[in-house]
Design a protein around this ligand. Structure first.
Ligand code: NDP
Length: 296
């Protein structure tokens, strides 16, 4: 029987544990604050930001949202980030990507106070991650580590193939998995659009993590019997549904499920974990910045 990991269930267990941490902070007079910054009229980005805000509201994290005209000069975004850097109520800052073409997103990320960079994208935090001493683990890869743990899949000594080398998913995932630490110690291959014979690589893997943004790129014929398959992809395919599209992952779920021992669905797999780990990092940031120890 294939174990289909319920990401909503794992995320809500993590959020329950976070409530205890929030109580400890509250009793010391601290309310963690997360600022989201949106400079885009892309519908998917708007949805992601509002989901993050709702999650903050539900658990009791203070939400500070800034919305900028996508045509505003890049300077406006820099000023907004600096304002939030200086705001003591804000412990975490998240600038929703992608930003408009005229904005240099790397420069924006460099402007965020590294202590408030709960996505872990600031060069200082990337460096710490690579050095094996992460300040905050980037949300999606950290969530994937928690999903593997929830299914008793130990990455130590396993061959892992990651499909995708983005700064947000593929690279930090690889860095976490090769660390000599719990949730790491794997042998990792990172594939991308120039990889020759992707199927040969994925077939050799004990764990496949698909993060390419290509609908149903990985099918059952590319999976080894008994493998673990983590599907990060979120792709909108036009469909005659009420909202006009269906969400599908980077894995062809039905055929992959035939082969896999453990698999995540889309939706309801990695997505809820990204949000749970964002709350986790914001609470961690508040604890460190306000010097109130908590048991995370
Ligand atoms: P990017 O577009 O930044 O990166 C995609 C990566 O996949 C690139 O490295 C690219 O290679 C590689 N790739 C593209 N096509 C192929 C192919 N045919 N074969 C092998 N590799 C390929 O995407 P992200 O990392 O930001 O996101 C990936 C997916 O995950 C998206 O669907 C996104 O929506 C989803 N996502 C989901 C999250 C969640 O919480 N569920 C969070 C973040 C992302 P190259 O570098 O050569 O171009």
């Amino acid at each position: 029987m294939t174990h289909v990991i319920d990401g909503n269930d794992v995320a809500s267990r993590i959020e329950n544990d976070l409530e205890d941490c929030l109580e400890t902070l509250e009793s010391a007079g601290v309310t963690p604050g997360l600022a989201t910054v949106l400079m885009s009229d892309d519908a998917a980005s708007e949805t992601y930001v509002s989901m993050k805000q709702e999650a903050c509201d539900e658990i009791g994290i203070g939400g500070f949202h800034r919305e900028l005209d996508p045509n505003a000069p890049a300077e406006k975004l820099r000023e907004t980030v600096e304002d939030l850097n200086d705001d003591p109520r804000v412990h975490g800052i998240l600038v929703q990507m992608p930003t408009p073409n005229h904005v240099d997103s790397r420069r924006v990320l460099r402007n965020i106070d590294p202590r408030k960079d709960i996505d872990g994208f600031h060069p200082e935090n990337v460096g710490r991650l690579v050095a094996g001493n992460p300040r905050y683990k980037p949300c999606t890869p950290h969530g994937i580590q928690k999903l593997l743990e929830s299914a008793d899949v130990d990455s130590a000594g396993k061959d892992v193939v990651i499909v995708g080398r983005s700064d947000i998913v593929g690279k930090p995932m690889a860095n976490l998995l090769i660390q000599n630490a719990p949730g790491g110690n794997a042998t990792v291959t990172v594939c991308h659009s120039r990889t020759e014979d992707l199927a040969e690589k994925t077939r050799g893997a004990d764990i496949v993590i698909a993060a390419a943004g290509v609908a149903e790129l990985v099918d059952g014929s590319m999976i080894r019997e008994g493998a673990t398959v983590i599907d990060v992809g979120v792709n909108r395919l036009e469909a005659e549904t009420e909202r006009g599209y269906d969400l599908v992952g980077d894995v062809e779920f039905e055929s992959a499920k035939e082969k896999a021992a453990v698999i995540t669905p889309v939706p309801g797999g990695v997505g809820p974990m990204t949000i749970a780990m964002l709350l986790y990092n914001t609470i961690d940031a508040a604890s460190v910045q306000e010097d109130v120890p908590i048991d995370l």
